[in-house]
Each structure stands twice: as C-alpha cells, then as structure tokens.
Design a protein around this ligand. Structure first.
Ligand SMILES: Cc1ncc(COP(=O)(O)O)c(C=O)c1O
Length: 425
C-alpha cells in the first residue's frame, strides 16, 4: 500500500493530505489511488504476458464497480467477470470488450441470460444442469450459440473465512465432483450450447498458493477425463481469490502492531506464476478473475469521530462511518486496520470503533488499540478498495459516501455523496 503513507505524522494519499481531501469532500469518504490500482493490475498481468500463454484477465467487477475504476482497468486491457445483468450493463458501458466478458453466478435470471446472449459475451460460467438447459432453450429461441464453461466444485479448503470459501461440498457454488462428468456429457449434447471451458473459483482472500496448486491439479485431471469423452476444452478458468494483507499495513511508533495469524502473504505475482507453471502443460487458454487483489489496497475509507463514550466495560469511539458504508466487519468479522489521519503521541487505549447505525453489529473495529481519539478527529479504515463501496447500502436511510480518485497531484470526485432527495427514488 505504498501510495498511502505517513509523512510528518500526517496520512497521505499519493500527493494529497488525507485531511485536506476530507475537509473538501466531507466524511465518510472513499479515497482510491489510481497508481496503486495500476501497480496491482500490472503485477498480476505481467507474469501472464511473460508466459506467452493465451489469457484473459477478467476483473471481478463486484469488488469495486465505480465507473472510473472500471474505465481505468478496461483501458489497461482487462476483461470483466460479471455476476448480474447490472454488472454486465456496467462492463459494456465502461469499455469492456464483449469477447472478454464472462458471466458467473448460481442464479442468473432468464432475462439476464437473454441479455447476455444478445450481447454475445464470450462465456457463461454455469453452475447447475438446470441452468445449462435454460441457457440452451433461450439460445435456441434466439438462434445463437451459448459458449459455456462448467464450474466444478472441487471440494478444496481455501483456508479462508467460511463466508468467502466457495469450493467446498457444503457451498452452493459449482457442480459437485461426483456429478461433473454426467453434466459435461449432457451439456455437450444440448442444442445451441458450446462447452468451451472448465471453471473453478475456490474462494476469496486466499493467502497461500497451495490451495490453487491443488485446484489446478484437480482441473488438469478432470480435463483429461472430459477430453476422453470427446469434448474439446479450450479454456481453463481458475477464478480469482488472491489474498491481500489487512494487518499492519501502515506502521509507525504511534501505531500499535497487531498480531497477524497469517504466516505469509504470497505476493500477487507469485500466486500467478505458480499456477502458470502448471497450466502451461495443459495448452489451454487461461482465464483469471481477480477482484480484491486489484483494488483492496488501493482504497481507504475516511471517517470522523462524533463522540467518545466510556461504557461500564469498554470505551466506544462513535463515528460517522457505519456498517452501511463498510459492511465487511459486520458481515465476515473482517479486520481492517484503522489509523488516525494525524498521529499524536497520546499513548494507546483499547476501544470499540463503532458507527451510528442502530445495530450492535455496526462496528469498524472491536477491542482495538489506537491513540486517544477525540471528537472531530479523523481516521482512515485501510484496505477498503474492494467490497467496500460495492457492498454499501442505504440502511437507516443513510447516504452512501462520496468517492475520490487521486493520481499524483491530481484528484477527481468520481462519485458524489448521495443526496437525501435521492432516497425516495
Ligand atoms: C466466480 C468469482 N470469480 C472471481 C471472484 C473474485 O474474487 P476475489 O475478489 O477474491 O479475487 C469471485 C468473488 O466472489 C467470484 O465469485
């Protein structure tokens, strides 16, 4: 996260004082670093380019679908992984080529399928036989061929939070190993269906390469079996899920160090390289779908302390930034580092940093050691560029935050703060 840093005890976003941006645009405020996004993208993309493998790097736009961020990655040559008709609309509107758009999801509606077929996107990742049959019928009605990749559930433990693991038997995603060959056979015999690939996304926030290696091995074996029954697999898609560091992102003598149970964060390039090595042998076109790893550490959420309150058993820092602005702590007990935007030598105290929403689960951090915060102080919640704004809501009729993109010494308001009049649309 080197585009967010402390200088003279003040937090900067590229060349801007975060305090200045917060004064100009108010809080809560998402701030993104353009150069960090580009750095992340290139770190993942370069090993693929170097490998000479034929590949499509599809940004999982659910991570952050701000139009300017979408445009930025489309201009870099990224494709898009979309999970709804709405995301497909955004991808098309903001510059992604149809032949680089892949549509995933266990519950695509008939209307969404028809929309995607009419737009002639390159691939549907399919998650059940029933869905494949529906796609076949709609494609037949439209007189087109649907290209599909079948998502397999390899029952691999990605060693991540249970809510973001997707490749195990008990998850709703993909088709179980025991049924997969039957599904390939049936799909291959359906009209207007071209089975082009195989897909596996085993989860998110995977910090080690081993689960990927296991998944790629599994896919290699499966491809051999599928090709034996006469199906020509042309694409191998291993999804996204590369993990990022959330703890101890910014360090300073006025910021306490947290214990980090993750033994090692494999650098992005290393994740990709380990998989590339194995994949080259399969001689297939490769698709990856990174989301978090492209944008998470390129964003911070800035808030302001409204009140401090000493309860009987703990102290609360009550802020203007709630679970509607950043859902991850309450949804997955996710950890985000919280740092004051101006560091002071006050010593540390342990507090719960909470929002104003009427829910006990409305917190940014619990039992967190931080410098003494007072009314009016600002703070930044780090690594919030992914699944931050995109998971935000109007709960409690709160207004979604503004979003600003910084690029060296230029900054752009890339989404205005919602206005109260917009709440009744
Ligand atoms: C099918 C699929 N691909 C890609 C992603 C992106 O994952 P990540 O943001 O962890 O890279 C997801 C996330 O849920 C997904 O479901």
């Amino acid at each position: 996260m080197n585009h967010f840093y402390f200088k003279d005890n003040h937090l900067y976003a590229e060349n801007f004082l975060v305090e200045d941006l917060a004064k100009e645009f108010g809080t809560p405020l998402y701030i993104y670093s353009k150069n960090q996004i580009l750095k992340n993208y290139r770190e993942i993309n370069q090993p693929l380019v170097n490998s000479k493998l034929d590949f499509i790097n599809c940004y999982a736009i659910k991570a952050n679908s701000n139009p300017e961020i979408l445009k930025l990655l489309a201009e870099e040559g990224a494709g898009a992984e979309v999970a709804s008709g709405g995301e497909l609309y955004l991808a098309l509107k903001f510059g992604y080529l149809r032949n680089k758009i892949t549509f995933t999801g266990v519950g695509k509606t008939d209307e969404e399928i028809e929309y995607a077929l009419r737009e002639n996107i390159f691939n549907f990742t399919v998650e059940s036989l029933q869905e494949i049959k529906v796609i076949s019928e709609i494609a037949h009605k439209l007189g087109v061929i649907a290209r599909i990749s079948i998502r397999v559930n390899p029952d691999i433990d990605a060693k991540t939070h249970p809510y973001i693991t997707t490749g195990m038997k008990e998850n709703k995603f993909g088709i179980d190993s025991k049924d997969i060959m039957e599904v390939f056979k049936t799909a291959n015999g359906l009209p207007n269906i071209d089975v082009i690939g195989i897909h596996s996304h085993i989860g998110s926030q995977i910090t080690e390469v081993n689960p990927y290696i296991e998944a790629v091995k599994y896919l290699g074996e499966l491809i051999q079996k599928v090709e034996k029954i006469g199906i020509n697999i042309r694409y191998i898609n291993f999804g996204g899920g590369f993990g990022v560091q959330y703890k101890n992102i910014l360090t300073h003598r006025y910021i306490p160090t947290e214990e980090d149970e993750t033994s090692r964060y494999s650098p992005l390039g290393e994740h990709v390289e380990s998989v590339i090595k194995m994949l080259s042998a399969y001689n297939k076109k490769l698709v990856i779908e990174p989301g978090r790893s492209l944008v998470a550490n390129a964003g911070i959420l800035v808030g302001k302390v409204l009140y401090t309150k000493q309860g009987e058993v703990k102290k609360f820092i009550i802020t203007d930034t709630g679970m509607n602005d950043l859902m991850r702590p309450c949804l997955y007990q996710a950890y985000h580092q919280v740092v004051p935007t101006t560091l002071k030598d006050t010593g540390f105290e342990t507090v719960d940093i909470v929002g104003p929403v009427c829910e006990t689960s409305d917190f940014l951090a619990t039992k967190r050691s931080i410098q003494v915060m007072e009314r009016g102080d600002r703070f930044a919640v780090l690594t919030t560029g992914a699944y931050g704004y995109s998971l935000s809501s109007n709960y409690n009729a709160r207004l979604r935050p503004a979003e600003v993109l910084v690029d060296g010494d230029k900054h752009y308001l890339i989404r205005e703060r919602e206005k109260v009049e917009e709440l009744h649309y």
